[in-house]
Design a protein around this ligand. Structure first.
Ligand code: GDP
Length: 337
């Protein structure tokens, strides 16, 4: 019988790539989706990957324990991946309580649903390198002390320790993956990589003339989401649960990442990039660089896509998206004319 996976956050970037990966492994894939007024839009990432008809979606909410228990009872998953979150750092200062409810307490809800309705299932918690925040060591691994710098990171830290605590308290197979930034053409445009590649594509097509950014000196360790979801799965195949850092080990600044994107269209970033002070954050995470040697040693995992390859893939995808959009608009104009 096919193994069953339940994914919260299935309509997000990681949920979509993880679904695609688990389907390729023969899993039956189920996902939790919030009721939304944007029906037909929420699953656009699953449609982009061409897998929307191969996953089963259930209405539920991480803020609503009874809905989660009902879904876990119905699906009886072998693996639960908790990927749902208010995941945009910047927004967490504007909506700190929502962020705490979903990103922190939501982890307890998911774990309670498992403990009550399916304690034998394995649990994956999407923890984040943002928990390292004001990094206490130049290279961060599983032993590096945390220093969160945003309501989002504080909430993620609660989720991380709750996962550890449920493992130690109730013997659940609960694992926390501390993933460094991971991007793709399916990343939302509010994140800096996709904001850049989307603007670069529009500049290339003559649809934009400038790109406003905040702190160009911030440095991140950016990998590809498609590579990182494999690490999530590998973690749950281990006989014992644990914590794993997942990263490329290469750090680059926002400025360098921009350069890669502009180079790809043969343009000079200095002509287009404007620094906008309003895009700076109340507290910044200056630099993150991960040491994923445990994941390499124990899981046999390593990243397959370089930063340059990923940024070029994202620019190309955005050029395609905007070309199609422009063509549709032209067609619509000629029909109405
Ligand atoms: P995060 O690491 O989860 O916060 O991912 P983001 O992609 O949102 O931000 C990465 C870094 O890029 C942060 O240090 C931001 O301050 C910096 N950054 C600079 N300009 C921008 C911008 O216009 N948008 C975003 N999202 N980040 C920016």
């Amino acid at each position: 019988m096919a193994r069953r996976a339940l994914i919260t956050g299935i309509t997000g970037q990681d949920g979509a790539y993880l679904s695609e990966f688990l389907l390729s492994k023969g899993y039956e894939v189920h996902g939790v989706v919030r009721r939304s007024s944007h029906v037909g839009f929420t699953d656009y990432r699953l449609r982009w990957l061409g897998i929307e008809s191969r996953v089963t979606l259930h209405d539920g909410d991480l803020c609503d324990l009874s809905s989660m228990i009902r879904i876990v009872e119905l699906v009886q998953p072998d693996e639960l991946y908790n990927l749902a979150a208010q995941s945009f750092v910047s927004a967490s200062w504007d909506q700190p309580i929502l962020t705490a409810n979903v990103t922190a307490v939501g982890v307890t809800v998911a774990l309670e649903a498992l403990r009550i309705a399916r304690p034998s299932a394995r649990f994956y918690q999407a923890s984040s390198s943002e928990m390292f925040g004001l990094a206490q060591e130049p290279l961060q691994n599983e032993k590096t002390p945390f220093y969160p710098r945003s309501p989002y990171a504080v909430a993620k830290l609660y989720g991380h320790w709750t996962t550890v605590n449920y493992r130690e308290s109730f013997g659940l197979h609960a694992t926390s993956g501390i993933l460094f930034n991971h991007e793709s053409p399916l990343r939302s445009v509010e994140f800096v990589t996709r904001k850049v590649t989307d603007a670069v594509a529009r500049i290339k097509l003559g649809l934009a003339t400038e790109l406003k950014l905040g702190n160009l000196d911030a440095q991140r360790d950016w990998g590809h989401a498609r590579d990182y979801v494999k690490a999530m799965w590998l973690m749950l195949q281990q006989p014992v649960p644990g914590e794993y850092v997942v990263a490329t080990g290469r750090m680059a600044s926002v400025r360098e990442m921009c350069q890669i994107a502009f180079d790809h269209i043969g343009a000079d970033p200095d002509r287009y990039v404007r620094v906008d002070q309003s895009l700076y954050r109340p507290a910044e995470v200056d630099a993150l660089q991960g040491d994923a040697s445990k994941a390499r040693r124990v899981l046999g995992w390593r990243p397959e896509t370089t930063l340059d390859e990923m940024i070029r893939e994202m620019v190309d995808a955005d050029i395609e998206r905007h070309s199609e959009g422009a063509m549709r608009a032209r067609r619509a104009r000629s029909i109405s004319a």
